[in-house]
Design a protein around this ligand. Structure first.
Ligand code: PLP
Length: 377
């Protein structure tokens, strides 16, 4: 069995989610738009998942719009908000360390003439509140920022955005990519003052291919796709009822935040202690980063891609280098943090879930020790 330490890329689906997907595929397979009994049963399953997610976010189920994942939710939020808000200004404030789905949506808007401000991180991936304050003005129509960075775990100052937007008399909508936060800390869009929040099922032990966008009641964004009445026409197309039911089941199966956080914090402390004992290893993640993610430089002559392959082929250990979506491209996050090429090329990401134990960390550290002895820099 693999030692799975790549939970920021995706998580193992929990039995509850697997059962829910299976049931929808084999028994409750109606189209939620159909008016007969099977259609009604499928609608009930979708509604109950919507309610479970809304309960977790502390919002109303009418504020949840299902998508194919957070990539789509981010695109819908950003492109949909820019289109709806373009008469009120031209500036969009974000950061240089967002997920590719935000980066590329913003690049697209830049081509259309929007002014995109990309705040730079410090050496640990932190974004400064004063930079954020300086960037937001009365012509800013959107602030899009992730809660927790997926490569180094830095926690971004999303809680400060609403106050700054109000102070600056800005009409901006606030979009927060909560993919790496949801299910790990208590994410409440209302408390955050967010208008738009993206989440995805497969990072919380649900199925791949299903996410959601929270849209605060009364917020207007324009759809990106057309052709049906589903999701109040904001995201038309037959609902992926099996995946949605799996998402709902995964949300209901989330464990108590407090208990889980304490467990992961201890695992993080243990891992950092063991990793730091390996000669030349440098922890790139900051002390205040999410305990679920440790980004670490491994001083071998091999680049991180080869290290990953070796860890899996020789030891059955799964870790990653940066974001899974970047597929081996140089990390834009570590680059933005102004780390040297040597560090950018040879860093790996270890990411935990509730399923991990100290034995997983022991296996990884033993393998890394062997690697450093066999293939030093
Ligand atoms: N945003 C962040 C921060 C992520 O980590 C990811 C996935 O890696 C995404 C968005 C995209 O999510 P999905 O895989 O559901 O498209």
């Amino acid at each position: 069995m693999a030692v799975y330490l790549d939970n920021s890329a995706t998580t193992k689906p929990c039995p509850e989610a697997v059962d829910a997907v299976n049931y929808m595929l084999t028994e409750n397979y109606g189209n939620p738009s159909s008016l007969h009994g099977l259609g009604i049963e499928a609608t009930k399953a979708v509604t109950s998942a919507r309610q479970a997610i809304a309960d977790k976010l502390g919002c109303e189920k009418e504020e949840i719009f299902f998508t194919s994942g957070a990539t789509e939710a981010n695109n819908l939020a950003i492109l949909g908000a820019a289109s709806a808000m373009k008469r009120r200004g031209n500036r969009i404030v974000s950061t240089a360390i967002e997920h590719e789905s935000v980066i590329q949506a913003l690049d697209e808007l830049e081509k259309q003439g929007f002014e995109i401000i990309r705040l730079m991180p410090d050496v640990k991936g932190n974004i400064s509140v004063s930079d954020l304050r300086d960037a937001i003005d009365e012509k800013t129509i959107l602030v899009s920022m992730m809660y927790i960075n997926n490569e180094v775990g830095s926690v971004l100052p999303v809680e400060k955005i609403r106050k700054i937007v109000t102070l600056k008399n800005s009409p901006a909508l606030i979009h927060i990519d909560c993919v790496q936060a949801f299910g790990k800390i208590d994410v409440r869009p209302k408390k955050l003052g967010a208008d738009l929040v993206s989440i995805t099922a497969h990072k919380i032990h649900g199925p791949k291919g299903c996410g959601a966008l929270y849209v605060k009641k009364g917020t207007i964004i324009h759809p990106r796709t057309f052709g049906g009445e589903q999701e109040k026409r904001l995201r038309p197309g037959t609902e992926a009822a099996p995946l949605i039911a799996g998402f709902g089941a995964a949300v209901e199966a989330l464990t108590d935040f407090g208990e889980q956080s304490a467990k992961i914090a201890e695992l993080n402390r243990y891992a950092k202690e063991k990793l730091s004992a390996l000669e030349g290893v440098i922890i790139n993640s900051g002390d205040a980063a999410s305990p679920y993610i440790i980004n670490v430089y491994i001083p071998t002559f091999m680049r991180s891609q080869t290290v990953l392959q070796w860890l899996y082929s020789d030891h059955g250990i799964c870790v990653s280098n940066g974001s899974a979506c970047a597929k081996g491209k140089k990390s834009h996050v570590l680059t933005a943090m102004k780390l040297s090429d040597e560090i950018v090329d040879k860093s790996i990401r270890i990411s935990f879930s509730r399923d991990n134990t100290k034995a997983d960390v022991d296996a990884l550290c033993a393998a890394l020790k062997e690697l450093l002895e066999k293939y030093p820099k």
